[in-house]
Design a protein around this ligand. Structure first.
Ligand code: BV8
Length: 236
């Protein structure tokens, strides 16, 4: 097992207190954020599509501002720490591909990782594609004087947009001896299809999840339980 690719989803951050997207009760993440300024959302389409950003940028920015603010009160858990230790100690190739937009993998010390759906701590100029570290007083888009009006947006991959780093992910999957999926429902593509790609390339496949995911049938092995317990056990 020399080359490992690990896919993580909202479930790895759940025990840190970050809400997941799809819960047994059916209440989705998108409906759990509200405050006095913004109404309760009822659909992904309200806050996580390019059309939503165009229709109501204030609402979309507010939704992501709320989630970014939430990062201040959460910490990495034992699962993030175990992956960071594996990253430090593993001599073979290793890539952590996270669907999450929180910064818990980085804060745990992970280095060989990427955010395929973007990151709350970044913003993007939609006019020229330049990224900024998020700050309260966001700098004007100084990199593109040509921008008549810089169009800063959350550096988040909305539904209908192409995830980041797909070439790098597909190259890693082609070389993988082992593909491990942690804390994801297997509901969102193309991430949900990675297990099939890895399998087709001959990799062994393992799922660590609280409950069987939509893609469980594609894994050689599924271990069910909380990530904070399963991941350190697996890394050991
Ligand atoms: C694209 C950023 C084209 C925003 C997100 C019909 C069929 C198939 C596909 C489609 C279709 N119609 C449309 C599509 C495409 C669409 C899609 O897949 N839709 C789905 C809903 C059907 N996908 C897209 O639009 C993507 N783009 O396809 O472009 C393309 C692609 C490739 C190449 C060229 C062109 C873009 C998708 C990205 C959208 N942005 N996030 C934000 O975060 O606000 S998606 C969002 O869902 C998050 O990123 C999240 O990570 C992701 C997946 O959710 P999960 O992470 O799995 O979280 P979830 O709550 O669902 O599950 C949690 C799991 O953890 C559960 O299983 C639970 O049991 C488990 N768990 C809970 N607690 C624990 C635990 N496990 C362990 N321990 C615990 N304690």
């Amino acid at each position: 097992m020399h080359n490992i690719v690990i896919l993580t989803g909202a479930g790895i951050s759940a025990e840190s207190g970050v809400p997941t997207f799809r819960t047994k009760s059916g209440t989705t993440y998108w409906e759990t954020y509200e405050d006095d300024l913004v109404p309760k959302y009822h659909r992904v389409e309200d806050v996580c599509t390019p059309e939503a950003l165009a229709a109501d940028p204030e609402l979309v920015h507010r939704f992501y501002d709320l989630r970014r603010a939430g990062l201040a009160s959460v910490e990495p858990n034992a699962a993030h720490a175990a992956l960071a230790r594996l990253d430090r100690e593993w001599s073979g190739a290793l890539l952590i591909v996270t669907q999450n937009v929180d910064d818990l993998h980085e804060r745990a010390g992970a280095k060989r990782m990427l955010h395929m759906h973007g990151a709350l701590k970044q913003s993007l100029c939609a006019a020229c594609g330049v990224r900024f570290d998020w700050a309260d007083d966001l700098p004007p888009c100084t990199s593109c004087p040509a921008c008549a009006a810089p169009r800063l947006r959350p550096d988040i991959v909305f539904f209908g947009e192409i995830p980041y780093h797909m070439d790098r992910i597909e190259a890693a999957l082609a070389q993988a001896d082992l593909f491990v999926s942690i804390g994801t429902s297997g509901a969102v593509y193309p991430a949900a299809g990675f297990v099939r790609l890895a399998s087709a390339y001959g990799a062994a496949t393992l799922e660590l999840n609280l409950e069987r995911s939509e893609g469980s049938g594609w894994f050689e092995e599924s271990r069910l339980g909380p990530a904070s317990q399963l991941v350190p056990e697996w890394v050991e």
